[in-house]
Design a protein around this ligand. Structure first.
Ligand SMILES: [Zn+2]
Length: 320
């Protein structure tokens, strides 16, 4: 659990609660000015409440007083509902407003975390992981294998994809300190980014720190950090994430301008993460041979020895 993000989620829920309170106050004001009898009714209900409290405190005939209160209040509430409906409103228009009917925007039910607060928190965690795909729309459950072409071939894109999909799902569900690093390679638009995002979501849900960045962005962060005079805290924080997250996803490696400097950065990053036992997923449109030629033999040797390779084949599914 990330305490800072959880605190932020709680603050968001407080804002929601406040907004709902304001909506309720606005509605009350509106109705009081339009239907004055309702203002009187509320006053009468409140007076009934006051006399009930008095009887309770004086401890005389309290059962009787409670009965009387219930009867009176229910009659008045009925009249109120009828008036609202007669004026074209819903009967519950003046009820308190809650976004979550389970916890009434408190965030907890019987001392247990309510799903509304949990979802606010999860959204913040997904956002912090910088995932490129809206996670409520994409997950292993919604991933559609039908986009991949099938034929009699034992290694048709569809059959190959099914194997990769199952591998990735299992990888995500069993993610742990001894998981492997992954190298996903193959042509553009075959679902590498999508599948790695699905993995990210599952791994985040298991409580691990996940960080996604396209390769070009990683290199530009390192460049800004190295060559700028100013100490940019935001950049430093992102670089820390790149080194320390439990799972780093480097997307689209090879689309950046490769220089001696970027090759150095890449080697250092891959190597440091291997040595510290942190897991990395690299997506690239380049072949293994290309990686060796474009970067360096020592990078490709790291990617060969320490990474599980997943080759994506077929036609760009985004065209379908
Ligand atoms: Zn709730």
């Amino acid at each position: 659990m990330n305490n800072t993000l959880f605190k932020k989620a709680q603050d968001m829920l407080s804002t929601i609660k406040l907004k709902n309170k304001l909506i309720h106050e606005e509605r009350t004001k509106e109705i009081y000015s339009k239907i004055q009898r309702i203002a009187e009714i509320d006053k009468e209900i409140s007076n009934l409440g006051i006399s009930l409290t008095r009887s309770m405190l004086a401890k005389k005939n309290s059962d009787e007083a409670l009965e009387e209160f219930k009867k009176g209040a229910s009659k008045l509430n009925m009249e109120k509902c009828e008036l609202l409906v007669a004026n074209g409103y819903k009967p519950d228009y003046l009820d308190e407003v809650f976004s979550c009917s389970m916890c009434h925007d408190e965030g907890y039910v019987d001392g247990k975390l309510c799903s509304c607060l949990e979802n606010l928190y999860k959204e913040l965690v997904y956002k912090a992981a910088n995932l490129p795909i809206l996670m409520d729309e994409q997950s292993f459950d919604t991933f559609n294998l039908d986009y991949y072409e099938d034929n009699d071939d034992e290694f048709s894109p569809r059959k190959t994809m099914e194997i990769i999909f199952n591998f990735c799902k299992n990888y995500a569900l069993t993610f742990a300190d001894d998981s492997k690093n992954l190298l996903m390679y193959g042509g553009t638009g075959l679902g590498k980014t999508m599948l790695s995002s699905c993995i990210a979501k599952e791994v985040i849900d298991k409580g691990f720190k996940v960080y996604y960045q396209p390769a070009y962005r990683i290199f530009s962060l390192f460049e800004s950090n190295k060559f700028s005079n100013e100490q940019d805290e935001a950049i430093k924080a992102q670089i820390k994430y790149i080194f320390n997250s439990d799972l780093l996803i480097i997307d689209d490696l090879g689309s950046e301008l490769v220089t001696t400097y970027t090759a150095e950065v890449l080697f250092d990053l891959i190597n440091t993460r291997i040595n510290s036992g942190k897991k990395t997923i690299i997506n690239t449109n380049l072949s293994l041979e290309d990686l060796e030629t474009i970067y360096s033999p020592r990078i490709s040797s790291r990617l060969t020895g320490n990474y599980t390779h997943l080759e994506f084949t077929g036609d760009d599914i985004r065209k379908m």
